[in-house]
Design a protein around this ligand. Structure first.
Ligand SMILES: N[C@@H](CCC[C@H](N)C(=O)O)C(=O)O
Length: 259
């Protein structure tokens, strides 16, 4: 019997496992895929292990719904902070280690989790899109009529295109809603579908829009299908630093899985 917890951050949902005693068989890709399966398992966009680390409050190990370990997950990072607090591992602030390095985070009195993301020193800008890495790789493209946009078909084609082979990319389609406010829809690598939110994606869009002069504040609101995220940063010598991703991260339910 496997004890699990389910969390979500703006609709990006995760199976959380307290793996401080190292009991979880993390090489078992089929099991992780099954746990994330929405019909035969618990259902989630990804699975996250909370583990002990000698130098940090905890370690985050992230797997996409396809069962493979992947790059950083921003919403998952915010959710594991809420999970660590619920387990009593931390109080309202922490320092943890993930695949892309060290992260700090704070939980506000309203329960919003603010997660420091990696610095970004490269934004590749083309006429029709931009590409940057915010812990995970992101293609960012401004489109019209986002509501009716073919996110699945167009996102999948870009994700699988020669340009991003062999590793692929996440794909964000963006529409400006107002000054320093954007709405996005994201096709996620490893889920191979549109998700309701992507934290590293929202961060990438905020930085890409600022970088191209479509935003002029260093605090940007990103509306995602599952809610609202805000991204703040400083720009120094062409590097985006003190990048913070802020939004809700909530416990949904817990249970045991018969494996
Ligand atoms: N949902 C995530 C991104 C997770 C990683 C991504 N699917 C990848 O493999 O690149 C987020 O909130 O950042």
């Amino acid at each position: 019997m496997l004890k699990f917890y389910k969390y979500q951050g703006t609709g990006n949902d995760f199976v959380m496992i307290d793996n401080r005693d190292s009991h979880f068989p993390k090489a078992n890709q089929e099991l992780i895929e099954l746990l994330c399966d929405r019909r035969f398992g618990i259902g989630a966009d990804g699975l996250i292990l909370l583990e002990n680390d000698r130098d940090f409050d905890f370690k985050m190990v992230y797997f996409n719904a396809d069962g493979k370990q992947s790059s950083m997950c921003g919403n998952g990072g915010r959710c594991i902070v809420a999970f660590a607090k619920d387990l009593g591992v931390i109080q309202n602030q922490c320092r943890f280690i993930a695949v892309d390095g060290e992260h700090t985070a704070k939980i506000s009195s309203e329960g919003l989790v603010s997660l420091q993301m990696i610095d970004v020193d490269k934004v590749h800008v083309e006429k029709k899109f931009s590409f940057l890495n915010t812990g995970s790789p992101h293609h960012v493209e401004v489109v019209r009529e986002l509501d009716r946009y073919g996110v699945f078909v167009k996102g999948k084609a870009i994700r699988e295109s020669e340009r991003y082979a062999p590793f692929g990319t996440n794909v964000n389609f963006v529409e400006q809603e107002g000054p320093n406010r954007f709405r996005i829809r994201t096709f996620e690598r490893g889920v191979e579908d549109e998700t309701l939110s992507c934290g590293t994606g929202a961060t990438a869009v905020a930085i890409a829009m600022y970088h191209q002069g479509k935003a002029d504040a260093n605090d940007i609101v990103i509306e995602v299908e599952g809610g609202e995220l805000s991204i703040s940063f400083d720009k120094r010598d062409n590097t985006y630093t003190n990048v913070y991703l802020t939004g809700p991260a909530e416990f949904v339910f817990q249970g045991t899985f018969n494996n």
